[in-house]
Design a protein around this ligand. Structure first.
Ligand SMILES: Cc1cc2nc3c(=O)[nH]c(=O)nc-3n(C[C@H](O)[C@H](O)[C@H](O)COP(=O)(O)OP(=O)(O)OC[C@H]3O[C@@H](n4cnc5c(N)ncnc54)[C@H](O)[C@@H]3O)c2cc1C
Length: 364
C-alpha cells in the first residue's frame, strides 16, 4: 500500500461511495492527484445498502440519457470487475445470469424498448421461466432480460476502496466530514477547521448533495430516498434476479437472497422498521413461497440519492465546483459511465456521451 499525503491536491473528491471512488480512480489514471474524503468509512452508505442489479429496474420507464449511461456501463462492467479483482484480490461476484420480470402490465412498452436494443427484453413462456426458476411464483406471463447482471455491491465497495488505497495518485481520508464555504466563484472546502486547498472540488456525496450545496445557496433537488432490504440465509432457491410488482430478489453466490426494497421520502431517518419488514417479507414469500422456511439474517436501510426522474448531475456548477451525484435507484449500474464522463469533462477530452442532459440544472 502506498502512503500519500497531498497538501494541495489537483482534485478534492468529497464522498467515497462507488461514484466518488470510481471517479477518483478515473482521474488518477488521467494523472491527477486526488484527495478523497468521506465522513464515514468508504463505500458503506447507499453503495453498500443497495442491491447491485446492473440495470435500472423497468429500464423502459427511463429517459434515453439514463439508457445511454446504463448501456455504456453494462458493457464496461465485466472488464472493470475483472481488473478490480486482479488488482485487489477482492471478488465483487459479477453474475451475468439475466433478470426474470413477472407481474408487469407494461409488456408492449418493455418489448418495444428491448427491440431497439438488440432484444434486451424478450418474451418467455411460463414453462421456460419455470425451467429457469422453478421456485418462483409467476403472477403473469413473464418477460426475460437475458443480459442483466448483478454484483455483490458491498464487495465492489471494498474492492474500490482497496484500489484507491493502492493508487499512488490517490489519498483516501476516512471519518472526516467536509463542509463548504465561500461562494460559487471561490468555493472553499473545510475538514474541521482545516481548509483544503484543492484546485477543483467534486461532490460525489450521494443523498447528502442537496444539503451540502444549500450552504452555498445552490438549489439542488438531490435528497435522500430511504430504501429497506431483507437478507435471507443461504438457500439457493433462485439463480437469477427476479422482479415482480416493483420488488426484487437477488441471489448471491453463497445462496443468500437479498430482497428489496421500500421507497420512502422520510429524510435521513435510518432505522429499519417493522412495517417495512412485514411488507417486504410478504412480497418475498409471495414471489418465492419456499422463503417462508428460510431464516432472515438482516434488515437494513440506506439512502438513495433521489433526483427528479432519476437524472443525475454530472458536470460543473462553476469552474471550481463539480458534481457527480443524484443517481437515485441506479447508482451502481451507472457508476462506470458517470465516472468516465466526469473525467472526460474535467480533463477536456471528448466525452463518451453527450453530457448536456446531466449538466447541473438551474443551480442558482
Ligand atoms: C435499498 C437500495 C437498493 C438499491 N439497489 C440498487 C441496484 O440494484 N442497482 C443500482 O444500480 N443501484 C441501486 N441502488 C442505488 C445505488 O446504491 C446508489 O445510487 C449509489 O450507491 C449512489 O452512490 P454514491 O457514491 O453517489 O452515494 P453513496 O454510496 O451514498 O456515497 C456518498 C458518500 O458521500 C459521503 N458524504 C456525504 N456527505 C459528506 C460530507 N459532507 N463529507 C464527507 N463525506 C460525505 C457519505 O458518507 C457516503 O459515503 C440502491 C440503493 C438502495 C438504498
Amino acid at each position: 500500500m502506498v502512503q500519500v499525503n497531498f497538501s494541495s491536491p489537483d482534485i478534492l473528491m468529497v464522498g467515497a461511495g462507488v461514484m466518488g471512488m470510481l471517479s477518483a480512480l478515473e482521474l488518477a489514471e488521467a494523472d491527477q492527484r486526488v484527495l478523497v474524503i468521506d465522513q464515514g468509512r468508504a463505500g458503506l452508505e447507499a453503495s453498500w445498502a443497495g442491491g447491485g442489479i446492473i440495470s435500472p429496474l423497468y429500464p423502459w420507464r427511463y429517459a434515453p440519457p439514463i439508457t445511454a449511461l446504463a448501456t455504456w456501463s453494462q458493457k464496461a462492467f465485466p472488464d472493470l470487475i475483472a481488473s478490480l479483482t486482479d488488482s485487489t484480490g477482492i471478488d465483487s461476484e459479477l453474475s451475468a445470469n439475466g433478470m426474470l420480470v413477472t407481474a408487469t402490465d407494461e409488456r408492449d412498452q418493455a418489448l418495444a424498448w428491448g427491440a431497439g436494443l438488440s432484444r434486451a427484453v424478450v418474451e418467455i413462456s411460463d414453462q421456460e421461466a419455470r425451467v429457469l426458476e422453478p421456485h418462483v411464483h409467476l403472477d403473469a406471463t413473464p418477460l426475460w432480460m437475458p443480459r442483466v447482471a448483478s454484483v455483490r455491491n458491498p464487495r465492489m465497495g471494498q474492492a474500490l476502496r482497496q484500489a484507491c488505497l493502492n493508487h499512488p495518485k490517490i489519498e483516501l481520508r476516512e471519518h472526516h466530514e467536509v463542509s463548504l464555504g465561500g461562494d460559487l466563484d471561490d468555493p472553499q472546502a473545510f475538514s474541521g477547521s482545516q481548509r483544503i486547498a484543492a484546485h477543483r472540488i467534486v461532490l460525489s456525496t450521494g443523498a447528502w448533495t442537496g444539503h451540502l450545496l444549500s450552504g452555498l445557496n445552490v438549489r439542488c433537488p438531490i435528497k435522500p430516498m430511504k430504501g429497506q432490504m431483507l437478507l435471507f440465509s443461504p438457500c439457493h432457491l433462485i439463480h437469477r434476479v427476479v422482479l415482480a410488482n416493483g420488488r426484487y430478489a437477488i441471489p448471491r453466490a453463497d445462496g443468500r437472497i437479498v430482497f428489496g426494497s421500500t421507497l420512502e421520502d422520510v429524510g435521513f431517518q435510518r432505522t429499519p422498521d417493522r412495517d417495512a419488514f412485514e411488507s417486504l417479507y410478504a412480497s418475498a414469500v409471495r414471489l418465492v413461497p419456499q422463503l417462508a422456511t428460510v431464516d432472515i439474517e438482516a434488515q437494513w436501510a440506506g439512502f438513495r440519492p433521489g433526483s427528479p426522474e432519476g437524472m443525475p448531475w454530472i458536470g460543473p456548477i462553476s469552474e471550481k465546483l463539480w458534481v457527480n451525484s443524484g443517481h437515485f435507484r441506479n447508482g451502481v449500474v451507472l457508476s462506470p459511465a458517470s465516472s468516465r464522463l466526469l473525467c472526460d469533462l474535467m480533463m477536456g477530452r471528448t466525452p463518451i456521451i453527450d453530457p448536456a442532459p446531466y449538466q447541473p440544472r438551474n443551480p442558482v
